[in-house]
Design a protein around this ligand. Sequence first.
Ligand code: XMP
Length: 319
Amino acid sequence: DWTMRAYREEAVAAIREQIGDKKVICALSGGVDSSVAAALIHEAVGDQLTCVFVDHGLLRKNEAEEVVGMFRDHMNLHVIHADEVDLFLGELDGVSDPETKRKIIGRLFIDVFQKYANEIEGAEFLAQGTLYPDVIESVSFSGGPSVTIKSHHNVGGLPEKMGLKLVEPLRELFKDEVRALGAELGLPAHFIGRHPFPGPGLAIRCPGEITRQKLDILREADAVYIDQIRKHGLYDEIWQAFVAILPVRTVGVMGDGRTYDFACALRAVTSVDGMTADYYPFSHEFLGDTATRIINEVPGINRVTYDITSKPPGTIEWE
Ligand code: XMP
């Protein structure tokens, strides 16, 4: 794509100009935005960039290995894999209120990122994958009355606190342009096309108390569901699809035995920007086959439901 090649060259030159010979750090989430920002900055300043990938134990199956592996081994970025699973799950133990979960995760994320960032001597810049719609949104929302439905976490406020200057090379781009730029930079197509994944991760797909057992079951069920969606060629038609594990056990029968296991809900929506969404109209055959596969392949689940709530009145995530 000619436009993206030109944009890439201009952006690389601008980043070199801004950063000079200083060091820059970046919180890599594995999402499209932070990934493209990191790849672009790496192209501009190479080893002056260090990425911190915070593993909070709320990631999907194999996610940490895949993200860190791709950036470290295939793209040669310097990535710190911060394994803080025990810290996050420890603090979340016994917590079931959605906003409390979000606040704990947001606070710990900033603490952890800061701890690792402080070890990188001489870092003067913080890179963020802020997009044009984020810039617009924060401007148009400031001042006006607003209701907080869910508190999102990001590293906002950190730059001032740590005395860092911001590098935001995607500030002029929309999501589809970021994807095109990612392709131009050589990120694999399956990576660029990934569904959005929320910062608090699986915590908000596990209503009620979070336990390691529930998270393990959720990861397995989610992997089967996404595999089904990919096999049926539906992944790119859907904005987001995931499983939520419900805080309830139900009775079932398998073979000639009684089961008493968790129920789960499948979620899939179409959307343009995540602000409104419609539930995805899967065929009954697809839903039935997927339920059968999950129950057969995932010990701990014996009942599968499909969430047919659109947004509004529902939200996309369960918490
Ligand atoms: P809701 O559930 O509010 O989600 O309809 C709208 C979109 O935002 C994502 N989401 C988050 N993303 N941090 C994020 O980075 C968060 O705390 C967060 N909460 C929700 C959600 O996955 C959906 O794409």
